[in-house]
Ligand binder design. Structure first.
Ligand code: SF4
Length: 305
């Protein structure tokens, strides 16, 4: 029997705060039918950064980002007229980013002669007789900052309510950064000849603080991960994957969001509130066919930032 492959990334691990949310989003691959323009804005900026750091030229990178946005609009994405994150602001964000890092001290590494940007990984991490779990992700870039080896990640957020030093501090204990640090160490063990310097790599965050009008662009200091944190993270990761294999086998997905306030956040209701909160007598399959589409979860294809 072919094993079921379950691809997980750092974003999907966060959903395990409510196992039912993980099940609906990752195992069943349900997504809201309507495209979220705020998410797509971040993904379009990411398209720009990918081409920019690939040395494709800033003009070409900008074209690609706008093309991505236009494609989403042609697919039915609607931008709320009160939201400043529109096509014009995307243009501005990309141009301002280039200006902010015109004399960048971060130097991209070359691995096998290629610029180390958008580094994807897929590492088998756990399996039973039915399911194999693959830990996936894409690291924005690897290189050096003032000669120190680091990996870099971009984060965009609204300036409103964001105190930048606290924002950067939160990445010292961040699931995504710890996952990247762990993955790079694993890949370094697997390919010691080509990747020998990537063990326990610290990170830097390029923050893009979005605002109506001009954005702010700031970079964190170098964020190191202590051995205590890394070891605890690895232990927790191992336990999490074991529990996940049990959940898949037993098809057991508790609605924990109901007791830990996971159903709502500052960004609004959980995307599956239409399913969990459907009125008495309404069938789940009817709600699913009306509001959701099924797209097998593949972290390599989903947007980030
Ligand atoms: S609505 Fe609440 S219970 Fe349902 S999946 Fe989302 S977080 Fe979990």
């Amino acid at each position: 029997m072919n094993k079921r492959i379950l691809r997980v990334d750092a974003s999907s691990l966060k959903l395990l705060g409510c196992p039912q949310r993980f099940n609906l989003a990752i195992v069943r691959g349900l997504r809201k039918s309507l495209l979220d323009s705020r998410m797509e804005f971040g993904s379009a900026v990411h398209v720009f950064l990918k081409y920019k750091y690939d040395d494709a030229g800033d003009g070409f990178a900008l074209e690609k980002a706008l093309e991505y946005w236009d494609t989403r609009v042609s697919q039915g994405m609607v931008v709320n007229e009160c939201d400043f994150r529109d096509r014009g602001h995307l243009y501005l964000t990309c141009v301002q980013y280039s200006l902010a890092y015109v004399k960048d001290k971060f130097k991209i590494a070359k691995i096998d002669g290629k610029a180390a940007t958008e580094m994807s990984f897929a590492i088998p991490v756990a399996a039973d007789d039915q399911t194999e779990i693959i830990l996936c992700g894409t690291i924005d870039a690897i290189g050096t900052l003032y000669g120190q080896r680091v990996f870099m990640d971009h984060k965009s957020t609204s300036t409103r309510g964001t105190y930048i030093p606290t924002f950067f501090r939160s990445y010292e204990l961040n699931t995504q950064m710890l996952t990247y640090n762990y993955a790079l160490s694993r890949v370094s063990e697997m390919y010691p000849d080509t990747f020998d310097w990537a063990s326990n790599l610290p990170c830097i965050i390029n923050g893009i603080f979005l605002a109506k009008g001009n954005n702010k662009y700031e970079r964190s200091g170098i964020i190191e991960f202590s051995s205590t944190v890394r070891e605890a993270f690895e232990r927790q990761l191992e336990n999490t994957f074991k529990e996940l294999l049990d959940s898949v086998r037993d098809n057991s997905w508790p609605l924990k969001g109901l007791v830990n306030d996971g159903c709502q956040s500052k960004f609004g209701m959980c995307e599956f509130s239409d399913i969990c909160g459907r009125p008495e007598g309404v069938l789940e399959e009817d709600v699913v066919s009306l509001h959701y589409k099924t797209v097998p979860y593949d972290p390599m294809k989903h947007g980030k930032l």
